[in-house]
Design a protein around this ligand. Structure first.
Ligand SMILES: Cc1cc2nc3c(=O)[nH]c(=O)nc-3n(C[C@H](O)[C@H](O)[C@H](O)COP(=O)(O)OP(=O)(O)OC[C@H]3O[C@@H](n4cnc5c(N)ncnc54)[C@H](O)[C@@H]3O)c2cc1C
Length: 395
């Protein structure tokens, strides 16, 4: 009889693991707390090893075809004039915009659609309790149903609750960066550039094109206040309105759209765990090693799913979980090496600091490779920082 994996979380890591386990003859069930596949979020870029995983999953062309068409990153002043421009890199070069630039929700949908015939998806459900019997795990869902599995994988993102049931000693480090992602109506002025405006007080507003006829906005600011991501939607809107009340450029437009926009607001945090599994329950993706800003999360989630599925295809669950952690840990640790000074440099506090930032960006604009190198430094490891093992069984 085929082995059965119960996976919690249907964003990137969960469906990617289901895809690769299905290919190895496993039966897969995915529970997702949201009532449907979530569409929120902005462009994420997939580079290096992450892109190679998509290639091995036969999803690379589909992901490129579903790209946002973003042509590069442009820093703008209060009037929208260009301070510096960094055109999209060809291939995998580091920089603001990668060649594979796709909405998080689109990539999630692509993997979901490739798996939905083979995987049993349960939306609006979550795990309430887990009992590990040694040779299997029984999960009780919040709705009361019990599911038996050979393995349970928690891929619920940074704020995972199921992780607390099994690996309660997660260290959560909020980096002081608060980010709100919104989808707002597109206007005639919106072009194919990712436009980024910084204001004193460590606040930025950015607008990015999507392939859905809308515009993706991001309000990001540094604040020492903890727990903003856990506020309810109305309270979050109040915080954003207050924080951006005196910011110019397109901030008033974004604030005006807040009420009707789909909004995803969170404090950027890193997760560190002394181990990534206990018995037959493992964590994967942001739930295991959230890295923080700069978009390395998706590449790591894809690579982690590839390695976990590959190891499970090679041997028994216990050995596979140990080898998965052994292979992934150095890569994740490298990605977590985010310099707080870099965060501050990207988000200057004073008007003088902002003027310096604009001068430096202006200079770097004529030396794109310098900027690429800087982003790479800020983002942690190069996406090539791990060599993908070749597993005997199919991806
Ligand atoms: C809505 C959303 C928007 C995002 N937008 C961006 C973005 O714009 N830019 C960026 O760089 N990164 C964004 N991210 C984070 C990015 O997706 C991850 O860093 C990366 O892709 C790794 O993904 P993951 O699958 O490990 O975790 P996540 O993408 O965080 O997904 C976790 C999934 O688990 C579900 N879940 C949570 N708790 C439970 C539970 N108890 N039971 C069942 N399901 C649960 C969530 O609803 C979600 O679907 C976003 C994540 C989400 C969920």
């Amino acid at each position: 009889m085929s082995r059965h994996a119960l996976i919690s979380g249907a964003s990137i890591a969960g469906p990617a693991l289901a895809h690769q386990l299905n290919a190895r003859g496993w039966r897969t069930t995915v529970v997702e707390r949201a009532p449907r596949l979530r569409d929120e979020g902005q462009n994420i870029d997939v580079r290096g090893a992450g892109r190679e995983v998509l290639r091995r999953m036969d999803l690379e062309d589909a992901a490129l075809a579903a790209g946002t068409g973003e042509v590069g990153l442009r820093f703008v002043d209060d009037d929208g004039g260009a301070v510096a421009e960094f055109p999209a890199g060809e291939g995998d070069t580091a920089g603001g915009t990668a060649e594979m630039e796709i909405l998080r929700g689109e990539l999630s949908r692509l993997v979901y659609e490739r798996t939905q015939d083979a995987t049993d998806y349960r939306f609006g459900e979550q795990i309430a309790a887990l009992t590990d019997h040694g040779d299997g795990v029984t999960a009780r869902l919040a709705g009361g149903e019990e599911i038996d599995a050979d393995l349970v994988v928690v891929a619920e993102g940074t704020r995972s609750r199921t992780r607390e049931l099994v690996l309660p000693d997660a260290e959560v480090t909020e980096l002081g960066l608060q980010v709100a992602y919104l989808t707002i109506p597109r206007t005639d002025d919106d072009d194919r550039w990712w436009r980024w405006h910084s204001a004193p007080g460590s606040r930025s507003t950015s607008l990015r094109p999507d392939n859905r006829g809308t515009t993706r906005a991001m309000l990001a600011f540094l604040s020492d206040v903890r727990g903003l991501g856990e506020l309810d939607r109305d309270a979050q809107i109040t915080v954003l309105r207050r924080t951006y009340a005196d910011v110019g450029w397109q901030a008033p437009r974004v604030l005006a759209a807040l009420e009707d926009a789909s909004l995803y607001f969170d404090a950027v945090a890193q997760i560190r765990l002394p181990r990534w599994s206990t018995g037959r329950v493992a964590v994967l993706g942001d739930a295991a090693w959230a890295t923080g800003p700069f978009g390395t999360g998706t590449t790591l989630a894809l690579v982690g799913a590839y390695i976990l599925a590959g190891e499970l295809g090679e041997g028994d669950v216990t050995t596979a979980l140990a080898r998965y952690e052994e292979r992934m840990r150095p890569f994740a640790a490298q990605a977590q090496d985010v310099k707080p000074a870099a965060l501050r440099a990207m988000n200057p506090r004073s008007g003088a600091g902002l003027a310096v930032q604009r001068k430096v960006l202006g200079l770097a604009g004529s030396l794109s490779s310098v900027f690429g190198g800087l982003v790479e430094k800020l983002a942690g490891p190069p996406a090539e920082g791990i060599e993908l093992p070749d597993y005997h069984s199919a991806a």
